[in-house]
Design a protein around this ligand. Structure first.
Ligand code: GAL
Length: 424
């Protein structure tokens, strides 16, 4: 049974006609399900919340903590099953198509705004494809995050006697050895399946390059998934995991970021939402921290586009609020301020990047360069490459592997191929 059938089986027809709350004193109410709860994420979300309120609408916040959004997706499914979905929800990548196929997303709330605001000219075709279903906009895109980053505390590097940021996996391991010898946790991390898979996809990109990555996580090519390069990637993951704090537990990504900010750890492999934590701690890139492509992946770019999908609702006030959110989200001001807070780059292609810091400027430059030569790839760990069933299969295999000291890399590659086959 594929993911759509599975989801369809649990969602009743009643969910096509959800109830929508209206506050008497506002133009309409919109409830928004999302997982932006860290300090930096929340500061970014405030930019939207405040503008929606200023426009006369009521914002009902349905924030579900948990990086990567697995917990939020569980809540969203149960809301849909009980016929009570929110007006908007953070849904990304191919998952948008699946919710649309169930008939749950609105196909007419956004098209008018998109036409009036000229979205077709402002957005890249890659992004338009993600947020449209059957030629209609069903979601509004916010940003482009780069996933394949490494965040470095230069002070920790100095203490450990490391004079330059690593650019290859071997240099990464060498830097990690020096940090360890200096009593500093080399890699900050939390054992959550999506964090494990974020690091794993970085390594696959380093080992196989963008073509191999594409074959594995976009085409789901069995020979690539089970082949020697995948085994090599698992072996590198095992080596890297050896440099993570053994007592890390399932800490959240932002707690791991805090360890690097405080100098307890030297590095973190994480997408650029991590930068929002450095920014809220008033740290400056190039001085207090360094952002470099994950070693071995310079020239490639794993992208992660955040978007809010709009649900089919009857209440006119909510529909008006959905349109308002869409209009705000792609406005020049919002694109600038939100993304400065979030750590991402604007999804609109006409924003002046001189207003952004050096990491964002590098991200934009690298995205454009990688896109021009096939090096820009959708992030598997962040719902951009596959549906959630396939992604879940990868998460399971990678997490079991990382937690089993005796796990064999070649066997893990075979398991990965099999798990993905049965999830399809
Ligand atoms: C990603 C999401 C980002 C960030 C991150 C950690 O999936 O796209 O915006 O929030 O999770 O929660």
């Amino acid at each position: 049974m594929n993911a759509i059938t599975r989801l369809a089986a649990v969602i009743s027809l009643a969910s096509l006609f959800p109830l929508a709350a209206t506050a008497a004193d506002s133009k309409g109410t919109i409830e928004v399900t999302h997982w932006w709860t860290s300090a930096g994420e929340s500061a970014a979300m405030d930019v939207l919340r405040n503008q929606v309120k200023a426009d006369g609408y009521t914002w009902k916040d349905n924030a579900v903590a948990g990086g990567g959004g697995a917990a939020a997706m569980t809540v969203l499914k149960s809301r849909a099953v009980s016929g009570n979905p929110p007006g908007a929800a953070q849904i990304k990548g191919p998952d948008i198509q699946e919710w649309s196929q169930l008939g749950l997303l609105s196909e007419d709330a956004l098209d008018g705004v998109a036409k009036d605001e000229g979205w077709a000219k402002l957005l890249s075709p890659t992004v338009v494809k993600i947020v449209q279903y059957d030629g209609h906009y069903v979601a509004v895109p916010f940003n482009i995050h780069r996933v394949n980053w490494l965040w470095i505390n230069p002070e920790a590097f100095k203490k450990a006697g490391i004079d330059k940021a690593p650019t290859t996996l071997d240099e990464l391991f060498a830097a990690a050895d020096k940090l360890k010898a200096a009593g500093i946790i080399p890699i900050a991390h939390g054992d959550q399946p999506w964090q494990n898979s974020t690091v794993f996809e970085d390594i696959v990109l380093a080992v196989m390059g963008p073509e191999g990555y594409h074959k594995a996580f976009v085409e789901l090519d069995n020979a690539t998934l089970t082949g020697p390069k995948m085994a090599e990637s698992f072996a590198a993951l095992k080596k890297l995991a050896g440099y993570m704090d053994p007592n890390r537990g399932g800490q959240d990504w932002n707690q791991a970021t805090a360890q690097v900010i405080q100098g307890k750890a030297g590095m973190q492999a994480m997408g650029d939402w991590a930068k929002s934590e450095w920014s809220t701690a008033k740290k400056v890139p190039g001085k207090d921290f360094q952002c470099v492509p994950f070693p071995g992946t310079a020239g490639s770019y794993t992208y992660n586009v955040d978007s809010l999908a709009m649900f089919k609702v009857k209440d006119e006030g909510t529909v008006a609020a959905q349109k308002d959110v869409a209009k705000i989200a792609l406005g020049t001001h919002f694109q600038t301020v939100f993304n400065q807070n979030k750590g991402s780059i604007p999804v609109r292609n006409d924003i002046d990047m001189s207003q952004f810091d050096s990491c964002a400027q590098a991200s934009k430059k690298d995205f454009d360069a990688a896109s021009a030569k096939g090096g820009a790839q959708p992030s598997m760990a962040h719902n951009m490459a596959t549906n959630l069933a396939v992604q879940g299969a990868v998460f399971d295999v990678v997490t079991n592997f990382i937690n089993d000291k005796n796990a064999d890399p070649a066997a893990a590659a075979k398991q990965l191929g099999n798990a993905i086959k049965s999830a399809q």
